[in-house]
Design a binder for this molecule. Structure first.
Ligand SMILES: *Cc1c(COP(=O)(O)O)cnc(C)c1O
Length: 366
């Protein structure tokens, strides 16, 4: 048996003609950097998120870095975030010279515990980066209330959650900026690296446009130090095709997740918890079990794709040793890192495949 964690070939086959035509159109035009395809994607993405602006950048990490830079965050500043996320969430804070301050997660959603944020705020705190982890939105009402009270910026790390909703509104447009990654394995992925920022703030949109292109408002004239962080026309063309399908793909992911929930009922595993005012887009289907390592081995041996997200929380990474955290400081993050495991989940996954995965889980943990 072989069931991948994610089957990108199945997705490609389902839209091959359209994808190939979109790629060939760019090849024929020979216009590869920014240009009309990128602009069209930026507009469509902004409409999709209900924001005024979209700005294409080179990847999700740069979307975060350019957001913080545009907000003027740098050395001496502190930014609050979660340790239970992909490294880039914290890396961007350090990359602009600021200090990441980690707040523990909720054990059920794996998202930032918003009740623990205020005690970490001091006069150096400038921003919060909530991460909609695994595709489930953070409680953005709580985040925005705290941000308003302490005059903090909010950068949504929406890299895993394009199309997700909080109180009926798409995430990404709820903070000051929303950052997306189009890394191939994300719910909306391109054929390489890609990313974007969405925002309603004209000043931030203009600054990010400037920063992504060498701080250059006009060719060979530079007003600030920037980056080379542009989105390719080829990637934009691919994303324009895929954006049409993202809602239906996300809905299929949700159906597949609910089927897993149903079939895993009664077993000694905790299936994903969903808040009731959100739309979860299941970037990953994560269960937790005390027998995580046994289960991981069994899945791998049977040819079933799996992964541990995340085995070492960010506050305990070697690169952050000087921040002085130790095991147990953020106990829910630490516990989650020992108990979570991903099962295969994607839109094209079939019922029989889900049933096969569940059989292996059943055998491994009983
Ligand atoms: C993927 C991801 C990123 C980084 O995106 P890249 O496009 O790989 O740079 C940042 N944050 C989270 C939560 C992610 O999952």
């Amino acid at each position: 048996m072989s069931i991948p964690l994610l089957d990108l070939q199945a997705q490609y086959r389902s839209i091959k003609n359209e994808m190939d035509a979109a790629v060939m159109e760019v090849m024929e035009s020979c216009h590869f950097i920014l240009g009309s395809k990128v602009q069209e994607l930026e507009e469509r993405l902004a409409t999709f998120c209900g924001t005024k602006y979209g700005v294409g950048v080179a990847n999700g990490t740069d979307a975060l870095i350019l957001s913080l830079e545009a907000m003027g965050i740098g050395p001496g500043d502190e930014v609050i975030t979660t340790p239970f996320t992909f490294f880039a969430t914290a890396e961007c804070i350090s990359r602009v010279g600021a200090k990441p301050v980690f707040v523990d997660i909720e054990p059920d959603t794996f998202n930032l515990n918003t009740g623990l944020i205020e005690e970490k705020i001091n006069e150096n705190t400038k921003a919060i980066i909530p991460v909609h982890i695994f595709g489930q939105p953070v409680d953005m009402d709580a985040i925005m209330t705290i941000a308003k009270k302490y005059n903090l910026k909010v950068v949504e790390d929406a890299c895993q959650a394009i199309g997700a909703e909080f109180n009926g509104k798409r995430i990404g447009g709820l903070g000051d900026t929303g950052c997306f990654s189009f890394f191939p394995s994300k719910n909306l992925g391109c054929a390489g690296d890609g990313g974007a920022v969405v925002t309603n703030d004209t000043d931030l949109a203009e600054k990010i446009q400037l920063l992504r292109q060498h701080g250059s408002p006009k060719k060979y004239h530079h007003t600030v130090l920037g980056h080379n962080s542009r989105l390719d026309a080829l990637q934009a063309a691919i994303l324009l095709v895929k954006l049409k399908y993202i809602d239906s793909w996300n809905d299929k992911r949700r159906e597949n997740a609910y089927l897993y929930n149903e079939l895993l009922k009664g077993l000694d595993v905790v299936t994903p918890y969903e808040l009731d005012n959100i739309k979860h887009v299941y970037h990953l289907y994560i269960i937790r079990t005390k027998k995580r390592d046994i289960l991981e081995k069994a899945l791998k041996e049977t040819g079933i794709g799996t992964g541990v997200y995340y085995p070492l929380p960010l506050h305990l990474q070697e690169v952050y040793a000087d921040l002085g955290y130790k095991w147990g400081d953020l106990p829910e993050s630490d516990r989650a890192s020992k108990e979570t495991i991903a099962l295969p989940l994607f839109a094209e996954l079939k019922r029989e495949q889900i049933e096969s995965v569940v059989e292996v889980v059943k055998k491994a943990i009983s």
